[in-house]
Design a protein around this ligand. Structure first.
Ligand SMILES: Cc1ncc(COP(=O)(O)O)c(C=O)c1O
Length: 440
């Protein structure tokens, strides 16, 4: 490839097998709409809309223009003690789309920061109400909540935790995950079996004493672990248990917000309201890093006590509410509204589901799962080489079919554009089929 690859050694890539990658790098230099352009000029179709980020497609002209204008107008301004007009406007815009009773929004720069912020807010909330003993945090096995110490601790993806196990937050426990291929294989939409798994929270309440538990955090649909839609009735039951025990329920909606489930927030699609919501990715269509935490009014109000001249939450980032990110966010919200993106997403769901489930008969495939525009095709691992089949599928898609796909071990994950062309979707799955047919 070109000169860019000659100097690749300096670059330590995230969540990548660096040595393997650098033998034959896959480098993107441009993007437009639903396609990337590789370093050698090849156009590649993106089946993952960035990294669940770019539902509107890449380089959307309205967002690009808003960013260009903003960076020339106000490049940066601190948001401790002063702030900027775009951050103010975006907070109002986002809470305007949120479930009722979520009137406040705290900005971060990523999903990981949103999660750690949410955990701190949960602890601070209980402290402010005189229940400072509520310090335990509960996550779920197979949950992904980013890579900072808080999110890693409540997260439940074993390899992400293993190397750091001695340094995880104390006082964290996990409820069981909800994947049950034995009973739910090839479910379309929410699986029928597994609501009872929410009872695992009752077990932890008994074990730790529910009055010691601050919050439970789950992804409403688990994404990075390989798309696990919640069993029918499961989230409702979690909500009931949290209510019964005074525990805050946090939905990590870093993936599920902004149309992935055809609504602004997954909570609205699933009909279960948490107390705190974390977002990122679709907030700016991935164009500029930005995240946020939305809280119920009761949570916000608990902090707004004491002398008015005092800081209520000793927390924030240099780039919280960055004006260029906020401008990207505002333009993104405009496009969602003007183009009817969430309705577009809803209209693609059946087609997407049918394409995914057409793999149910494939010799390598042991499960297909989907909800909204999130989907997964899980392949059996090769004997003695877990992940090899998924990795080979990824590379073959790139090199042979001009397709960027995402694999987590042997599970192929899909996050199509919210405004996908149905024919392009169909062609991409036909190409994936060719690839799966061609590998051992
Ligand atoms: C549910 C969830 N939470 C948190 C994160 C972490 O976000 P980031 O990589 O922006 O820190 C992710 C990233 O994929 C995610 O899917």
């Amino acid at each position: 490839m070109s000169a860019a690859t000659d100097h690749l050694d300096a670059y330590w890539m995230p969540f990548t097998a660096n040595r393997d990658f650098k033998k034959k790098p896959r480098i993107i230099k441009a993007a437009s709409g639903h396609h990337y352009t590789a370093n050698d000029g090849t156009r590649l179709y993106d089946t993952f809309s960035g990294l669940w980020t770019s539902g509107l497609g890449h380089c959307h002209p309205k967002i690009v223009a808003a960013v260009q204008a903003q960076v020339a107008e106000l490049d940066y301004c601190m948001t401790f003690q002063v702030t900027n007009d775009k951050a103010v406007a975006l907070a109002e815009r986002v809470v305007g789309m949120a479930p009722e009773g979520f009137s406040h929004c705290f900005f971060t720069n990523s999903g990981s920061e949103s999660v750690d912020t949410a955990l701190k807010i949960a602890l601070g909330y209980h402290g402010a109400r005189g229940e400072g003993n509520r310090t335990r945090l509960i996550g779920r096995e197979r949950g992904y909540h980013g890579v900072n110490f808080g999110g890693m601790s409540v997260g439940g993806i074993a390899p992400n935790r293993k190397a750091f196990s001695a340094c995880l937050l104390p006082g964290v426990d996990h409820i069981r995950h909800t994947l049950d291929i034995g009973q739910n294989a090839f479910s379309r939409g929410l699986p029928q079996h597994g609501a009872n798994l929410a009872e695992d929270l009752v077990r932890l309440c008994t074990l730790h004493g529910s009055s010691n538990i601050a919050a439970v955090i789950v992804e409403p649909v688990a994404g990075s672990t390989g798309v696990l839609p919640p069993p029918v009735g499961y989230l409702e039951r979690l909500r009931e248990i949290c209510d019964a025990h005074g525990i805050l329920l946090i939905f990590d909606e870093v993936i599920t917000a902004f149309g992935r489930l055809a609504k602004p927030f997954g909570a609205q699609r699933l009909g279960v309201l948490p107390d705190i919501i974390t977002i990122a990715k679709g907030l700016t269509n991935g164009v500029i890093p930005m995240g946020a935490v939305l809280v119920r009014d009761s949570v916000y109000d608990a902090f707004m006590q004491g002398p008015e001249s005092m800081i209520e939450l000793f927390h924030g980032y240099t780039y919280s509410g960055h004006p260029v990110a906020a401008a990207a966010g505002l333009a993104t919200m405009d496009v969602y509204e003007e183009e009817g993106t969430f309705e577009q997403a809803a209209s693609l769901e059946q087609h997407f589901e049918d394409l995914l489930h057409s793999f149910s008969d494939h010799k390598h495939v042991i499960d297909v799962r989907n909800f909204g525009l999130m989907g997964a095709i899980e392949m059996a691992p090769r004997k003695g080489a877990p992940g090899a089949r998924g990795s080979e599928a990824h590379k073959k898609c790139f090199w042979d079919e001009n397709l960027v796909i995402r694999n987590g071990m042997d599970t192929l994950q899909f996050s199509p554009f919210l405004n996908s062309d149905p024919d392009e979707m169909q062609q991409s799955f036909a190409a994936i089929r060719r690839v799966l047919d061609s590998i051992e």
